[in-house]
Ligand binder design. Structure first.
Ligand code: FES
Length: 652
């Protein structure tokens, strides 16, 4: 063709276009991802491009002239009002003059990659549910009577090729004055993440709307609720906030909340009301932190365990408390904010990820979305530890899932000196190989307890107890230094050679720290504490081992620890205890809050929702309670690290 050649980077898409073709038009025809809200009217500046001079040799293109570097009148006006970076042009104003290479910078791409904090299992590519469109609507005409909405629909079809536009009553109620105020020019926010209403008008503004719309990724945990407010045009997190789950007053852990609902007629309703109130408080908090109007929040994604899922939706969790643990629904749930009494945009789309099984919830689905075991070449074991461990094992071929009742010991509960992770809690432990005396660090201070300045450093908090990561290191160190034997018994002072061991009734205990002189507690590890940790870690290991049996393997390539707990525990000590299968230590990583990340992926990319729905359907669910091998593994795994399984890498 004799028409000029246009090449877009970074996509590499190319084609010939007659001179005078706007770059935006060329981009659209080639399917290049170039943003536009105003439809090429030179108003929105979302279509910015950089004609990339000087780099053409590698593309085999010779530049004819540099006319593309000069702004036209529309761009000059834009530059005067709002500024335009030198070298940038508006794609809707610049036209093809000759052969040219056009770079589309990330901020001009709708499907841009969202930056994540750590090297992650998968990238987040923005593909938001809601996007803004500027349109010019025909005025009403007595000779050709039609409704304002019908003419708005016509404008969307003509100017954006968008069909099947629907609108909720509360938007229709305010539409007419807005159309007139804007002089028949309006910006609409269209939500497209819903099959039944593929193009729903969420909001309408007179004229060109400069702002953006937002979404919330919410991790609804039984202890805390965390919300991340994201700009749906950039994918950025603009504010994050968390609150305690106010349902705690009905029971610390999930099963006590299920029993509360069984014992009290209106128990489930009370808990539903409470969690929704807590949620609304959190939403207000995060919106005021970002200084935005809550009406601009148009999309919310929730991840949660099955009990929280049911209580939040107002479904009695009764069936989840007893075999066969039937969920009301395991599919994804799509609702509107008003259905749940959420105090944001009333038609905001609400999406709950699907649940995998009765004990493996939408939070585990979110972990699967974030860590993508189904896309992994090597075999990965993912454990998310809470009062229930949710365990995934898989690779590209298949993914298996189960849950295992670890109980609350890993959170410091049911441990004599146990506590939640908070300032003053022991979180790191080392035992001296010769004296068998402990040294430790508490949350809130960087000093080890044998530092001369330690007491001064912890003067405000004191040493208050041992948190989950601390108790794991404690028991593992006790095992390494022979204070505890493989079956889990603490030896006597004489047997262990430790002055810190003392007889405590019919068993022995280990003194970690005596704060009584400062009015604090005496912190010890009792043989019962060791038992609690043995039970918890045996449950975790046997769940993982059962999945390995089902997969037909006796080792895994790597282990991912998800959740706040996973972020804090020492992988070496976890393996010494035999919590996780033997595996090179550098192949054990922490994923941080993978469920929260999964929620954010689902919020920012509607395609990811469709993908995880399919992945969850494909996951093989294993019910540990009915597997005879589980008991066998459990008994063996009660020993430290294990009665029968070798830990060759650990021992090498
Ligand atoms: Fe809006 Fe170019 S498309 S300024």
């Amino acid at each position: 063709s004799s028409d000029p050649l246009v090449i877009f980077t970074p996509s590499g898409k190319r084609g010939h276009f007659p001179a005078g073709t706007p770059i935006l038009t060329a981009a659209r025809q080639l399917g290049v991802d170039l943003d536009s809200v105003c439809g090429g009217r030179g108003i929105c500046s979302k279509c910015q491009i950089t004609p990339s001079y000087g780099e053409f040799s590698k593309h085999g293109v010779t530049v004819q002239d540099d006319a593309l570097s000069e702004w036209n009148a529309v761009e000059q006006r834009y530059q005067d009002k709002r500024g335009l970076i030198a070298g940038r042009r508006l794609g809707c104003q610049a036209t093809v003059q000759g052969d040219i290479v056009i770079d589309v910078p990330p901020e001009s791409q709708v499907h841009k990659q969202v930056v994540r904090k750590r090297a992650e299992a998968r990238d987040i590519v923005l593909n938001p549910s809601t996007k803004l469109y500027y349109v010019e609507v025909a005025e009403p005409d007595m000779h050709d009577p039609s409704g304002d909405l019908e003419r708005l629909r016509m404008a969307l079809k003509d100017q954006w090729e968008i069909d099947n536009v629907t609108v909720d009553l509360h938007i229709l109620q305010k539409m007419q004055p807005i159309l007139r105020k804007g002089g028949w020019k309006v910006t609409v926010a269209l939500h497209s993440g819903d099959d039944e209403n593929p193009n729903r008008i969420m909001q309408i503004w007179p004229g060109y709307y400069e702002g953006t719309v937002y979404g919330l990724a919410v991790d609804l945990g039984s202890t805390t609720i965390a919300a991340h407010l994201c700009d749906l045009a950039t994918g950025e997190v603009v504010a994050s906030s968390g609150v305690m789950n106010p349902q705690i007053r009905f029971g610390e852990d999930l099963m006590s909340r299920v029993s509360y609902s069984m014992m009290n007629d209106s128990g489930a309703d009370e808990m539903t009301t409470t969690v929704r109130e807590g949620m609304n408080g959190l939403f207000s908090q995060v919106a005021s932190e970002a200084e935005i109007d809550k009406q601009l929040i148009v999309d919310v994604v929730f991840v949660c365990n099955p009990v929280m899922h049911h209580l939040f939706l107002g479904i009695d969790p009764f069936e989840l408390g007893q075999a066969p643990f039937a969920l009301a629904t395991s599919d994804e749930v799509r609702l509107r904010a008003s259905d749940l009494g959420l105090n944001i945009h009333p038609s905001a789309h609400v999406y709950l990820l699907p649940c995998i099984a009765g004990h493996v919830g939408a939070d585990a689905a979110a972990v699967a979305l974030s860590e993508a075991p189904d896309k992994s070449d090597d075999l990965v074991l993912i454990v998310d530890v809470g009062t229930n461990a949710e365990i995934l094992l898989g690779n590209k071929e298949k993914v298996l899932a189960c849950s295992s009742p670890t109980g609350p010991a890993f959170e410091g509960a049911q441990i004599s000196s146990g506590q939640r992770a908070a300032p003053g809690a022991i979180e790191r432990v080392e035992i001296d190989p010769v004296t068998k005396a402990p040294r430790f660090k508490v949350i809130g201070s960087d000093l080890w307890s044998d530092d001369p300045d330690f007491e001064a450093a912890i003067a405000t908090t004191g040493v208050t107890g041992i948190c989950g990561s601390g108790i794991i290191e404690m028991v593992a160190e006790m095992r390494i230094h022979g204070i505890v034997d493989a079956p889990g018994l603490i030896g006597t002072a004489a047997q262990t050679g430790s002055q810190h061991v003392f007889a405590d009734g019919r068993t022995n205990s280990y003194l970690v720290y005596d704060g009584t002189a400062q009015g604090g507690p005496k912190i010890t590890v009792t043989n019962r504490d060791i038992r609690e940790i043995q039970m918890a870690k045996a449950a975790l290991y046997s769940g993982a081992r059962l999945l390995m049996d089902k997969f037909g393997v006796d080792k895994v390539d790597r282990v991912v620890l998800a959740g706040a707990f996973g972020a804090h525990i020492s992988t070496k000590h976890a393996m010494v205890l035999g919590m996780i299968p033997d595996c090179p230590l550098d192949k054990v990583t922490s994923a941080g809050n993978a469920a929260g990340t999964g929620a954010r992926i689902a919020l920012l990319n509607t395609q990811a929702r469709v993908e995880i729905e399919q992945t969850v359907r494909d996951i093989h669910k294993i019910e540990t309670a009915i597997e005879p091998r589980f008991q066998e593994h459990f008994v063996n795994a009660s020993a430290i690290p294990n009665a029968v399984e070798p830990f060759p890498i650990l021992n090498s």
